[in-house]
Design a binder for this molecule. Structure first.
Ligand code: AMP
Ligand code: FE
Ligand code: FE
Ligand code: ZN
Length: 286
């Protein structure tokens, strides 16, 4: 079983449409792929239709999810949520709040970039983002188009868009303990995304992770491209201590990042634990 529990479509900052992502998952030989766009479920319907349209004999299962933007003590972090009821009102309202604030903040970042001499525009960013939940990667693509930086990842430096960088502006981000409870209340399963991704900025302490476990966190994403060997070892031990399962995922973003779908995968036993805890939605098969 090849299980990848973290992937983005152009419903947020990935470059594949949800249907293309499903096709890419089949091509990558995956048995399970989770669609986890930032703060939105808007890709779910198209992805589900693509799965239903697969040829008979296809064994791909789609796990509908999302990745919530959270913040604790000034440190940004991401919470993956799987198989929640997308119609549950409190959680839906929170996603809407973050998505709406992304527009205000996106405009402010573009303004900052222009003050700093980058000739990009909000119209350009909107064209790049389309209907997707707008974020810094879209602005990074605009900076690449304008010739300011060479790659999307080159835009994530202190000079431009990195956390605390010259052109970084914060968005509304949920308290993660509240988010964990909200995901559970919607029947979903919350997993802390890339908790040891130090290259993205500050990471939270083990105490914060323990507090989230007490609030109902189910798992930690351990095998992730942004984790070094030391982070993986540490997080594996911490998860065992706290009774959390661990996952591995690509965090695929199409051509906006270099990581390949299925580059990291989740153990079937951890996936079974995830399924056993979910009551808000069903995985989607042909
Ligand atoms: P936002 O959601 O607008 O705050 O942007 C965060 C997104 O930017 C993450 O989900 C990643 O896709 C991307 N990102 C964050 N840090 C980096 C980095 N160092 N290199 C490349 N992409 C990054
Ligand atoms: Fe992203
Ligand atoms: Fe993330
Ligand atoms: Zn992600």
């Amino acid at each position: 079983m090849r299980i990848d529990l973290h992937a983005h479509s152009n419903a947020s900052d990935g470059t594949d449409t949800p249907a293309e992502l499903v096709a890419a998952a089949v091509a990558a030989g995956l048995d399970v792929v989770a669609l986890t766009d930032h703060d939105t479920v808007s890709g779910h319907v198209e992805a589900a239709e693509a799965v239903h349209a697969l040829p008979s004999g296809s064994r791909l299962t789609l796990v509908p999810g999302a990745e919530l933007s959270c913040q604790v003590g000034g440190i940004s972090m991401h919470l993956l949520a799987y198989l929640f009821d997308p119609a549950e009102p409190a959680f839906a309202a929170e996603r809407e709040l973050v998505r709406t604030d992304r527009f205000r903040r996106g405009r402010a970042i573009v303004e900052r970039c222009r003050e700093l001499g980058a000739e990009i525009s909000w119209e350009q960013v909107q064209r790049i983002a389309g209907d997707g939940s707008v974020g810094r990667p879209h602005i990074a693509s605009a900076l690449v188009e304008a010739g300011v930086v060479e790659t999307v990842s080159d835009a994530f430096t202190a000079e431009w868009l990195a956390n605390g960088g010259r052109a970084d502006v914060r968005k509304h981000e949920t308290d993660p303990a509240a988010a964990v409870r909200r995901v559970r209340a919607a029947g979903g399963v919350p997993v802390f995304a890339h908790p040891g991704a130090v290259k993205r900025g500050h990471t939270v302490s083990d105490q914060v992770i323990a507090d989230l476990a007490a609030a109902g966190l189910a798992g930690l994403e351990v095998d992730h491209v942004d984790h070094d060997e030391q982070a993986r070892t540490h997080l594996t031990g911490l998860a065992a201590e706290l009774g959390l399962f661990t996952t591995g995922s690509s965090d695929y973003h199409g051509s906006r990042k270099t990581v390949r779908l299925g580059e990291h995968t989740t153990d079937p036993a951890a996936y079974e634990q995830l399924l056993a805890q979910a009551t808000g939605a069903e995985p989607i098969t042909r």
